[in-house]
Design a protein around this ligand. Sequence first.
Ligand code: NAD
Ligand code: AKB
Length: 319
Amino acid sequence: MKRIIITGALGQIGTELTFKLMEKYGEENVLPTDILESNSGDVISKHLKILDVRDIESMKKIVEEFKPDTILHMAAILSATCEKNPQVAWDINMGGLVNALEVARIHKLKFFTPSSIGAFGPTTPKINTPQSTIQRPNTMYGVNKVSGELLCDYYYIKFGVDTRGLRFPGLISHVKEPGGGTTDYAVEMYFEAVKSGKYTSFLDKGTCLDMMYMEDAIDAIIQLMEADGKELKNRNAFNISAMSVTPEMVANEIRKHIGDFSLYYKVDPVRQGIADSWPNAIDCFEAKRQWGFAPRYNLELMTEVMLEAINNKKSLIKA
Ligand code: NAD
Ligand code: AKB
């Protein structure tokens, strides 16, 4: 990976990924693209090219001009938004993916796109969910993610495109707000804890899901992309996670810093249904064995870092 194009670069992952890659490989060697414009004034907005991933001709043109060796395809819509408009979800998530894979095939680019714990479904084993297991999701997001995993495998087998991918759990970050996901409650809880000392969760008490701090997710992408391809057997769908938590576990950890923090519940049936169809805790043994996955943040450390960063932002806004 030396010269990299990113789709969906203004998203929750894309933003921090672009910053990290620019730091590591040089600002001029990373091209962020997104369907949205940005006037944030940062390095992303300075280099940003507008690209709708459904438009393959524009994607080809940008790639021909920039001449990357790698494409990191982040543009997508997430689980809860997919359920609101499944046809648009298919169009963006699958249409965008096949376009990005085609461009990677034509221009011989290395390729990365994320899958998700959403690629599992209600008949998947919920605890220690194995790397290879039953995948019969009942959400449009899940259908997209399983199809995407298979399509990326197909491009590797059939055309030799060096495709790689991770099944991300819910990602927690303080830099860019998450968009339309089922695991977003956890990020919201940290922000509301600092802002108002209380939070009303749209997922119910006891809902257990895998999560990971964003820095670990970004490191995992880079580590996987730099791993020796010959060692990778599960190229496009490595299970990875750093913790398995419920809303009350996150709240209890927050209370170690904000003693009077209150957690309430007002369950959203759509997002609760999605969460109930996902595993409680996935098994990451293959990612550890094949390319050395080793997350650094547990719930305790992540909570400390999240609250400190959000508090710093708050005092900057006040100043
Ligand atoms: P996000 O919603 O924060 O960002 C997606 C970005 O894609 C946005 O900036 C949006 O403007 C852009 N986009 C949407 N439609 C587009 C289009 N037609 N053309 C170009 N850009 C378009 O999402 P994210 O959290 O950064 O997720 C990125 C990827 O990671 C997705 O594939 C998602 O499914 C996967 N993932 C995310 C998480 C998580 O917790 N964030 C967990 C598992 C998997
Ligand atoms: C979502 O909730 O949709 C994402 C994911 C786990 O894929 N955060």
